[in-house]
Design a protein around this ligand. Structure first.
Ligand SMILES: [Zn+2]
Length: 488
């Protein structure tokens, strides 16, 4: 796309994993019986008063600090008024004109992306963060189209929600995904959310518009909703870019509106247009008194921040001599980064461990669509597997098959090697007899070799492998064969 520039801003909502809700003592545990985790406060009964959850507030500050935001000295909450059946109070406690934090940024690394239209956007890119604010979630409506009924579950009403709004700095769907992946990594490293998109703990809306290249003014903005995975975000943005580009080329007007992504039909459709945009009549929440944040308190929270993805990435490059791409791939998933370091503790071969992790192991994870802690293959087992190759007990090729078998049977590599008598034959005395036999049986190849056809030796190695059922160490066989043939 050369004639137009794509402008994307993302709005991410994330559930903070506190034990209790944002303004009452109800449990936030997912999957409880409908409406069992409710009280007068989160049901909006008259006279009930909210009290801010200190842990939710601290988590919000942690995220703001990790996103390099300025933190407002005075905290104020507002009421966002609207009526919807999943909102028992008829308003949501949120923050309007004075968000908790603002003016931050997140650096993304687009190095491992090959942008689909052939343009590569390698390197670091800064996505500015407009604001981070704390609010509460609404309840959940469950529709049953067969019975033509809707049910409401207020267990989610009042769960602390952090809204993170980016500047419109994103230029394509790959950058959008990279931003989300990086943001999710930070949230997981901070331990403030489980970021489970299926349970709705991480949700993303996007604002997208197109403008002619070089133009400063933003085009008519379309808001995209209902994207339940990173893949959905990518597909929805790509669909929308094409749709808007088509309108542009036909000189048709792009309507400012909110559109919903349909993941079955793979298209977006109008939800509401600008004329229907609601006026929320924000006003200060009278039940929560504004308060000042103690700078000492922020200092204390800053001191509790763990190592974040970017710092870990830099450390992995320096300490373990990994490449940018290796480090990037490994640190993005905290569990995988932890696994890597656990394995290095057992076996000091970071480069080889990184190869296994980013290659065969991540392949298995993708195939099975599981996280590394569910794989049943521990760091100790990986160290053991690499050790078996190192001491020439098994070949690299055997190791790959062995890895899959360990995962299937949930057994350590050495156990399976013992059970199946897989140990590679590397001893010269053991191999000598077989090699002698192969030489005697294949005089034609031996003669070919002596006439200068060096490739004939490969056939002979193959024969030795056949006799040993693939257990001979091919390098040793090659060396011994040549030695023998040259002597004859
Ligand atoms: Zn409650």
């Amino acid at each position: 796309m050369t004639k137009y520039e794509v402008v994307i801003g993302l709005e991410v909502h994330v559930h903070l994993s506190t034990k209790t809700k944002a303004f009452c003592g109800c449990s936030t545990t997912f999957g409880q019986p409908p409406n069992s985790s409710t009280c007068p406060v989160c049901l909006g009964l008259p006279g009930a008063l909210p009290v801010l959850n200190k842990e939710a507030f601290r988590s919000a500050i942690k995220v703001a600090l990790a996103l390099n935001c300025e933190i407002r000295e005075k905290v104020k909450f507002d009421r966002k008024n609207y009526y919807y059946p999943d909102l028992p109070k008829n308003y949501q406690i949120s923050q309007y004109d004075m968000p908790l934090a603002f003016n931050g940024y997140l650096d993304i690394y687009t190095v491992r992306n090959k942008i689909s239209n052939g343009v590569s956007s390698e390197g670091k890119k800064r996505i500015n963060i407009t604001r981070v604010h704390l609010e509460e979630d609404a309840g959940k409506l469950i529709h049953d189209p067969n019975k033509n009924l809707s049910y409401v579950d207020f267990n989610r009403a009042g769960i602390p929600l952090l809204e993170i709004v980016s500047e419109p700095d994103i230029r394509n769907s790959d950058e959008a995904c990279e931003y989300l992946k990086n943001l999710k990594a930070i949230l997981l490293y901070l331990g403030v959310s489980n970021c489970n998109m299926e349970e709705g703990s991480l949700r993303c809306d996007a604002n997208i518009s197109l403008r002619r290249a070089g133009e400063k003014k933003l085009g008519a903005k379309v808001e995209l909703k209902n994207m339940n995975s990173f893949k959905a975000v990518k597909s929805a943005l790509e669909y929308e870019i094409e749709r808007q580009r088509d309108s542009f080329e036909r000189n048709a007007e792009i309507v400012q509106e909110t559109r919903l992504w349909d993941s079955d039909k793979l298209l977006t459709s109008t939800m509401r247009t600008k004329e229907e945009t609601q006026d929320y009549r924000y006003f200060p929440e009278p039940d929560l008194v504004p308060f000042s944040i103690d700078t000492k308190e922020i200092g204390l929270i800053t001191n509790t921040l763990p190592e974040l993805p970017k710092q870990r990435r830099d450390r992995f490059i320096n300490q373990y001599k990994l490449t940018n791409i290796e480090a990037d791939v490994i640190i993005m998933d905290k569990a995988i980064a932890d696994y890597f370091e656990e394995t290095v503790k057992v076996l000091n071969s970071p480069k080889i461990i990184s190869n296994w992790l980013t290659g065969d192991i991540m392949n298995e994870l993708n195939l099975k669509n599981i996280s590394i802690d569910k794989l049943g293959f521990t760091p100790k087992m990986l160290a053991e597997l690499i050790g078996l190759i190192d001491n020439a007990s098994i070949s690299g090729k055997m190791a790959k098959a062995l890895l899959r078998e360990c995962i299937e049977k949930r057994l350590p590599p050495e156990e399976i090697v013992k059970q199946k008598d897989l140990k590679q034959i590397s001893g010269e005395s053991e191999l000598d007899e077989i090699i002698q036999k192969v030489i005697e049986e294949n005089t034609k190849s031996v003669n070919d070799y002596k006439k200068g056809k060096t490739a004939a030796v490969m056939f002979l190695v193959g024969q030795v492998m056949r006799h040993t059922k693939g257990k001979a160490n091919p390098e040793v066989v090659n060396k011994l064969l040549k030695k023998k043939l040259n002597k004859e």
